[in-house]
Design a binder for this molecule. Sequence first.
Ligand code: MF3
Ligand code: CO
Length: 249
Amino acid sequence: MIILKSQDEIKRIAEACHIVAEALENIKKIILQGTTTLELDRFAETFIVSKGATPAFKGYKGYPASLCTSVNEEVVHGIPSAAKRLKEGDIISLDVGVYYKGFYGDAAVTLPVGKINDTAKRLLAATEGALYQGMKSAVIGNRLSDISSAIQDYVETRGFSVVRNFVGHGIGRELHEEPQLPNFGSPGEGPVLMDGMVLAIEPMVNAGTWEVVILDDGWTAVTRDNSLSAHFEHTVAITLDGPNALTKL
Ligand code: MF3
Ligand code: CO
């Protein structure tokens, strides 16, 4: 069942989302070559707690950190580590979830570390562009897979592939609610989008094959061919005024 949210509930989800957006904005500022992903995690957690909120990912199905830090060929769910030092030319995706006063917010960005190569630049642009393209279809009266299909088209037109193994999701009083939102598929299928739906739209895009492998840590997803991967995510409310990206500052 898809839970529709009242305007008051959306306001409260937006408060959680605002903390997510601020956290990402602040982490951006400390990303430098030589920084470890564990330092980013500590920083994010301190920030979230300072706002009176709780990191949503820590302890979720046993996930050990507050942040997901996925570098280069890592697709999602990279576990922060003192051994992982950023270097010039890397791309790093940061995924943050927050629980605040009964509601969740969830967002991700992928950032360059210093100068990155041309493929990496195009990959970041295609993935972020796909998120915004998908959001354009997140309007009342469309069907869910209109979002999926818009994302897939946008990505494949640019010569990249969308990951099949992970999906976007409804969000609200739970981090993951119905519906599941794949980043691929034919348009015109699935539930009709309605006022008050809140969706985490999160394209994951690979430079090579869409296939992924999970590492022995049980979490880190990497591309099967070791090609680069990027991830962008917003928590988006579907409203009478159109899609509202609540995790945007
Ligand atoms: N944004 C991801 C999601 O929607 C992050 C989850 S990480 C986990 O599922 F650790 F919480 F699983
Ligand atoms: Co999510």
